[in-house]
Design a protein around this ligand. Structure first.
Ligand code: SF4
Length: 466
């Protein structure tokens, strides 16, 4: 499995290769996405293959590998809170290893504050040297049923370790809201399927088809940590798929940094992959995550052909649109226009009316005006996605967007974000979003409200630095 990525120069402070110094390992899962979850699950198999004993608690471990995320500044703060806790709880002389994107996105900050080895996804093979592995990470296949690994890895860090400033009460309220998700689902078209999934705890067979990404989005720091696109060979993906079908799985989830660019580095495409998967017999459904719209537009003819002929097998598709404004899409370097996106999404709705169509929107990108934001709302109203994940724009280290002029004030971003959630009918998400307000945000929100009441407008037309 040569595609698993080269070992770059180690980021760690100390690289012990002596055998026998390590008594037990703890794989703790702090924060991350489906890709990070696959990486964490694979680390558990790596520990098993190297016959390293597993510690029951952080306090007992000789090595603590903690998965942390840093896709935006708020997430970085949550991760740092978790890392502080793990660092406080670990025993003297133990080794702390930060894995996951945070290790690549916030490396300077981590090096300045922690005695830890930093191993971002692109440098995963560095763990072999750091831990003195006899079975290299590159020899470890991706597990396919991820949830059990994550449930156990999450148990090393409990609620008191999580959500800085939220405190126990808020995290309990948040959990109640999350658990009440059923109410939201019941209101939506997909409730029947989701309810089955919730009740049956449906087994999901996850297949990571590629690591890294071919994209150059100006706001994204994930690509620095994940590295360039490394697609899994077609035969390897199909043999995992066949193993899942033989194992009686009905629901398959395809995972990648950007599913849309799958295969571009190995002479194939995501359309060919889906075509070959759909040639398999049997009753199964696919969930396709993180599919950059640019590639859906580029391959739309072949994709719409294979998806429409197999529409019953397509359960869910996430196509992040990020913005509905051509000006903003260009500054984001997303590689497509809002009109192209709408045309492709409309065709998809016609070809696969039953699919759960989800997207992600980045609110408050530098230079975003009220008109740009209106353009985004127009696309959301027109396409009527089944689910929209909104993110507030926040600078990330080393990204071009972080040096761009026209930064939008936080209170304006929050006001737009709240409005977007309300306008797309995501009442629970709007309520949850309000719960994440800091005292400063509350103050600022009151100021915006007062300003708009005195000015009689819903916020100004231009970006406001500050
Ligand atoms: S598609 Fe863009 S946002 Fe997504 S991981 Fe790649 S560079 Fe980042």
């Amino acid at each position: 499995m040569a595609y698993c990525g080269p070992g770059a120069a180690s980021h760690g402070r100390s690289t012990h290769r002596e055998r026998g110094w390590m008594k037990s390992v703890c794989i703790a899962y702090g924060l991350g996405c489906p890709r990070a979850a696959v990486d964490s699950a694979r680390l558990s198999e790596y520990v098993r293959a190297n016959r390293w004993p597993v510690a029951n608690r952080i306090e007992e471990a000789d090595v603590i590998l903690v998965t942390l995320c840093g896709y935006n500044a708020d997430q970085e703060e949550r991760s740092i809170h978790l890392l502080d806790s793990a660092d406080r709880r670990r025993k003297p002389g133990s080794k702390l290893v930060v894995v996951g994107c945070l290790a690549g996105i916030a490396a300077d900050r981590l090096r300045a504050s922690y005695d830890a080895d930093l191993v971002p996804p692109v440098d995963g093979a560095d763990l072999d040297g750091i831990l003195g592995a006899t079975v290299p990470l590159d020899a470890i296949a991706d597990p396919n049923e991820i949830e059990p690994y994550i449930r156990s890895a999450e148990s090393y860090l409990d609620d008191t370790d999580r959500h800085p400033g939220d405190g126990r009460v808020k995290s309990v309220m948040r959990r109640a809201l999350v658990d009440s998700g059923a109410r939201e689902l019941l209101r939506r078209r997909q409730w029947k399927r989701e309810l089955i999934h919730l009740v049956r705890r449906e087994r999901v067979f996850s297949i990571r088809v590629a690591e890294g990404c071919a994209g150059q989005c100006t706001f994204c720091a994930i690509r620095f940590a994940a590295g360039p696109l490394r697609s899994k060979p077609l035969e390897a993906v199909l043999s995992e798929f066949d193993a899942g079908l033989a194992g009686g799985y009905k629901h398959f989830r395809l995972i990648a940094g950007d599913l849309g660019c799958y295969g571009q580095d190995i002479g194939t495409t995501v359309a060919e992959l889906l075509h070959l998967m759909m040639q398999r017999t049997g009753d199964f459904e696919l969930t396709l995550l993180d599919f950059n719209l640019k590639w859906f537009i580029a391959y739309s003819d072949s994709l719409l052909d294979v998806l429409s002929r197999n529409r019953a097998r397509l359960r869910s598709l996430t196509l992040p649109m990020q913005s509905g404004s051509d000006r903003v899409l260009q500054r984001m370097r997303r590689g497509h226009t809002a009109r192209d996106a709408q045309t492709a999404l409309r065709a998809l709705r016609q070809a696969c009316p039953q699919v759960d169509l989800n997207t992600q929107v980045l609110v408050g990108f530098p230079g975003e005006t009220e008109d740009d934001f209106e353009d985004t709302l127009k696309v959301l109203r027109a396409v009527r996605f089944d689910w929209v994940q909104f993110y507030d724009y926040q600078d990330r280290p080393g990204t071009e967007a972080s040096d761009m002029p026209g930064k939008v004030a936080r209170d304006v971003i929050r006001a737009r974000s709240l409005r977007a959630r309300r306008e797309t009918g995501l009442r629970r998400a709007a309520l949850e979003y309000r719960l994440t307000r800091t005292p400063e945000d509350r103050l600022a929100a009151r100021r915006v409200k007062r300003l708009s009441e005195t000015a009689g407008t819903a916020g100004d037309r231009g970006p406001r630095t500050g």
